[in-house]
Design a protein. Structure first.
Length: 318
């Protein structure tokens, strides 16, 4: 137990006190850069996505009563150990849904409108070569969504604004009948643009490999702002080189930061460092929701979302 008069909550990442402390309120002491002594006393921890909460961290925090993970991915949190210790792990679903959806369309527009190669063309004085890079359209194109959770629903709304025909595949979610397709194969063969919004599981790892790329419409665009291992990059590169895949947008990678892959050098590839969900507003909202969850648990209030109490139909990754 803490020697102070208030429970200690620590940030592991870290997370700025200016955001967290006001949410926790005066009944708590928040420490942005905790020492070993602080960890031993801490009853709550707010953890950023890249922080690995493993056995050694649990052992360093004997008084821990609650963990709040920013976002919903818990791959780096030992949930089995947390469960055995009776420590709830809070997640923050929905806090950055719009930010990720906007990021998806930033990738799509960049790839469809060929902004990367056209920028280089102008900068290098090759104006007369502009017709070598046909600019695509979104209107009247088919937009395929794999995973119809919060973000899938949001990107569907954006696609409709662009005049796109939306279709979606998700065997776990309640997809509206007018946009639902019965199989992944149907979606792949029908879509001009495809976006992934599914969690990483043994079943979804490598869901985009040779067989899936072979089913694509020629020149289709694929965007992954979900989880890196969903896509086999070796097969994606082959699909790009053959023209089967027209463009690839990646905000997530199997290892982060990633090792260089040959696909990174392809002119029809757009790379961002897992930041599409980290817009200014979304970041604050995520931290606020995490702080509220810690406060709730430590004051005896049921938190809004726990990693071990998710609805099986909720396949959102953010």
């Amino acid at each position: 137990m803490s020697s102070t008069s208030t429970p200690i909550v620590v940030g592991l990442g870290p997370i700025a006190a200016a955001i967290i402390a006001p949410i926790l309120g005066t009944g708590f002491t928040y420490i942005e850069n905790p020492t070993e002594s602080d960890l031993q006393k801490a009853e709550g921890a707010i953890v950023r996505a890249a922080f690995e909460f493993n056995k050694s961290v649990f052992e360093s925090m004997p008084n821990l009563k609650v963990i709040a993970r920013t976002g919903v991915g818990t791959e780096l949190v030992d949930l089995v150990l947390a469960e055995s210790l009776g420590i709830p792990v809070i997640i923050t679903p929905g806090s950055n849904t719009t930010a990720v959806a906007e990021g998806v369309f930033a990738h799509i527009l960049h790839l469809s409108k060929r902004l990367g190669p056209l920028t280089k063309l102008v900068a290098n004085g090759k104006w007369n070569e502009r017709t070598n890079y046909p600019v695509g359209d979104l209107e009247n194109q088919t937009f395929g969504i794999i995973g119809y959770g919060r973000i899938g629903v949001r990107v569907a709304k954006f696609a409709e604004v662009f005049g796109m025909k939306v279709i979606a595949f998700d065997p776990y979610a309640d997809v509206p009948s007018e946009i639902k397709v019965d199989s992944l194969s149907d979606l792949l063969s029908s879509s001009d643009v495809i976006t992934l919004h599914i969690p990483l599981t043994p079943e979804t790892t490598g869901i985009f490999s040779a067989a899936e790329f072979a089913k694509l419409k020629p020149g289709a665009i694929l965007v992954n702002c979900s989880r890196g291992p969903l896509i086999d990059l070796d097969q994606a590169l082959l699909a790009l080189e053959s023209g089967k895949l027209g463009g690839l947008g990646l905000d997530v990678f199997e290892l982060e930061p990633p090792k260089h892959h040959a696909i990174f050098d392809h002119e029809n590839v757009l790379l961002t460092p897992h930041v599409m969900g980290l817009s200014s507003q979304a970041t604050v909202a995520t931290y606020v929701m995490a702080a509220q969850g810690v406060r709730d648990v430590l004051t005896g209030v049921k938190p809004q979302a726990l990693a071990n109490q998710k609805n099986d139909k909720d396949r959102s990754t953010k």
